[in-house]
Design a protein around this ligand. Structure first.
Ligand SMILES: Cc1ncc(COP(=O)(O)O)c(C=O)c1O
Length: 214
C-alpha cells in the first residue's frame, strides 16, 4: 500500500542559503531577519491596512491575540470542537473558558446556527478555524460577531494563501493567526504570526510577544 507522509518538507539549496545567511548575520534571536520575514508575509498577503507580528509558534500567536483583544479571566471564547488542542490551550492561557461548538459537514468549519445559542453575557470572542485551508462560513461568523459585539480571531493556521472571493485570509477581518510549524504550508520549523489592524493592538502585541520588552 502507498504510504502518504503527514509532511514531507520541500527544502533545497535556497533553504540552506537562507539558513546560513541568517547565521552569518551573527545575531541569533529576533532582529532584521524576523523583520524581513514579517515584511514578506505582508507583501505575500497584500496587506494594506494591517501589520504582522511574528511569534515563536501559532499557539502563542493565538494566545497573545486573545490577550490583545481584551480577553480576560471569566470571559468565554467559542471555537469549534473539531480543532487542534492549541486553540483550547491558548484560550485557557488567556484565563478564559473554552466553549466548544459543533461544525458543519460541508466545510468542516464552525456551524454559526449552533454557535449563536452558545453566546452568553460572558462571550468575548470567536475563534473560527479554516480546516485544512478550506474556508469556513466566514461571512456567518463576521455577522454573528457584529450582532453580538464579539471579537473574531481567525485560526488560519492551515490557510496561508487561502483566499475567499479573491481576498487572502489575513488581508481583512478582525485578527488573523497563522502557524509555520512543520505540517503547515510554509514552515520556519516553529513559528507563527498575528495580523492585526489596530495600531494600539499592534504595539500591545509587540510587547506581549517578548516578555513586555519593546
Ligand atoms: C488548527 C491549528 N491551530 C493551532 C495550531 C498551533 O500551531 P503551532 O503548532 O505553530 O503552535 C495548529 C498546529 O498544528 C493547528 O493545526
Amino acid at each position: 500500500m502507498e504510504r502518504i507522509p503527514v509532511f514531507a518538507p520541500c527544502t533545497g539549496i535556497d533553504t540552506l542559503k537562507h539558513l546560513t545567511d541568517a547565521l552569518d548575520v551573527g545575531w541569533i534571536g529576533m532582529g532584521a531577519t524576523t523583520k524581513e520575514f514579517e515584511d514578506r508575509i505582508s507583501a505575500f498577503l497584500g496587506l494594506t491596512d494591517r501589520q504582522v507580528i511574528a511569534t515563536n509558534t501559532g499557539t502563542s500567536a493565538l494566545h497573545i491575540a486573545l490577550v490583545a483583544a481584551g480577553v480576560k479571566p471569566g470571559d468565554e471564547v467559542i471555537t469549534p470542537s473539531f480543532n487542534y488542542v492549541a486553540d483550547h490551550q491558548a484560550i485557557r492561557m488567556a484565563g478564559a473558558e473554552v466553549v466548544m461548538c459543533d461544525i458543519r459537514d460541508d466545510n468542516l468549519g464552525i456551524d454559526c446556527a449552533k454557535a449563536e445559542p452558545l453566546i452568553t453575557k460572558k462571550t468575548k470572542a470567536i475563534i473560527p478555524l479554516h480546516f485544512a485551508g478550506l474556508p469556513c462560513d466566514q461571512a456567518g461568523v463576521f455577522s454573528l460577531a457584529k450582532k453580538h459585539k464579539l471579537r473574531v480571531i481567525e485560526d488560519a493556521m492551515h490557510g496561508f494563501g487561502t483566499a475567499i472571493g479573491g481576498r487572502k485570509l489575513g488581508s481583512y477581518g478582525d485578527i488573523t493567526c497563522f502557524s509555520f510549524d512543520p505540517v503547515k504550508i510554509v514552515t520556519s520549523i516553529d513559528g507563527g504570526c498575528v495580523i492585526v489592524a489596530s495600531d494600539q493592538e499592534f504595539s500591545n502585541l509587540q510587547r506581549l510577544r517578548l516578555l513586555g520588552v519593546d
